[in-house]
Design a protein around this ligand. Structure first.
Ligand code: KG4
Ligand code: ZN
Length: 336
């Protein structure tokens, strides 16, 4: 077995996950997604914490079983310190701290946003430093210059909703199930992206804003459905394609400027929204036009997963970056 062998726990939102990594190679990555939130149309924090409590031990056992690793062979235990939901983070951090102490192994506290970016190093092709990473998930939207595994600079972020939230909230207005991103993506493939022009959130610098789009879709649908109650049903693919197009334009506008201003041509995409087919297509086209090299991890490592936490912990282990036994979770942990 290659050294070091790390068990990693991810519990920042509504996915309970455990992974085992040896010498930087992923041996197991188990994710239990919580179905309980679907009926509420969004994540209910208290229910998320309770579901983590139920799922965590079986998920850890399954990860160790799949990796064929006994807990005595572990060199460190890693966990997501933040950002995320406090109750969810507490469950994962308490487990990791207790487990590490019982085994007398070092503890590694991982920043969730750093982990989304370092997911690119789990499998080839891996970007070369420095690169520009656009992290787009249900909770976050960030543009980061990545100079090394521990050397990252956030140059832009959303001032209101995250890109994934923009997908999920507009999808909800269209009556699509939660989480709406993948449903909206599917419908968008059949529609005309320029049929309904919605406003592109234009922010100074490299920041993002999506709340204007949500409000504009809300008012537009209200107005149209008073005239024709079947408006959404009759125009669903075009509505989805137009909304998706607007979100993609909002993201790419800042990405292009950030890449140009900073002379970066290695472009990485991270987070759950990286699964969006329109965004992938637009980036592939841009890469051809601008001579960029684009990197997108396998879907398994784009959405929340402990594999990316293990990868980050591997780098931290090499750097000797260990946590104190009583380290606390931090729901607002910044990426610096
Ligand atoms: O990274 P992630 O699993 O969780 C967070 O850290 O938030 O991202 C989940 C987000 C959700 O908002 C979901 O709707 C969105 O990613 N998503 C998509 C697609 N697949 C997942 N959004 C648009 N198109 C997709 N195909
Ligand atoms: Zn995430």
């Amino acid at each position: 077995m290659q050294f070091p062998v790390i068990l990693a726990i991810e519990s920042s939102c509504d996915d309970t996950s455990a992974a085992v990594m040896a010498g930087g190679e992923i041996l197991a990555n188990v994710v239990a997604t919580q179905q309980v939130h679907e009926q509420y149309g969004g994540v209910v924090p208290e229910l998320a914490s309770r579901a983590h409590q139920q799922h965590l031990i079986p998920v850890v056992q399954e990860a160790l079983r799949r990796a064929k690793v006994d807990k005595s062979a572990l060199d460190a235990v890693a966990f997501t310190q933040g950002p995320g939901l406090l109750g969810s983070l507490l469950v994962g951090s308490m487990f990791a701290k207790t487990f590490a102490q019982a085994l007398d192994k070092p503890l590694i506290a991982v920043n969730h946003m750093r982990a989304h970016i370092l997911a690119h190093f789990i499998r080839a092709p891996r970007p070369a430093f420095p690169f520009l990473c656009l992290t787009v998930s249900g909770g976050h939207t960030q543009l980061v210059i990545v100079r090394g595994p521990m050397d990252m600079q956030v140059i832009g972020q959303t001032i209101d909703d995250a890109a994934g939230e923009a997908f999920d909230k507009t999808a909800k207005l269209l009556g699509l199930p939660y989480p709406g991103g993948p449903h909206l993506d599917k419908q968008a493939r059949l529609g005309n992206p320029t049929r309904f022009p919605f406003p592109v959130g234009a922010m100074p610098g490299y920041d993002f804003s999506f709340s204007g789009l949500k409000t504009s879709v809300l008012y537009f649908l209200r107005q149209q459905t008073t005239q024709n109650p079947d408006f959404v049903q009759e125009n669903l693919p075009d509505l989805c394609a137009s909304i998706q197009h607007t979100i993609i334009q909002t993201l790419l506008r800042q990405l292009i400027r950030a890449a140009q201003d900073n002379g970066l041509t290695q472009i990485a995409l991270a987070g759950g929204v990286a699964a969006n087919s329109g965004l992938r297509e637009a980036l592939t086209q841009l890469a051809a036009e601008k001579g960029w090299e684009v990197f997108i991890p396998d879907f398994e490592f784009c959405t929340d997963n402990a594999g990316m936490v293990a990868m980050t912990a591997h780098f931290q282990y090499e750097a000797g970056d260990f946590a104190a036994p009583l380290v606390s979770p931090d729901p607002r942990l910044k990426l610096t």
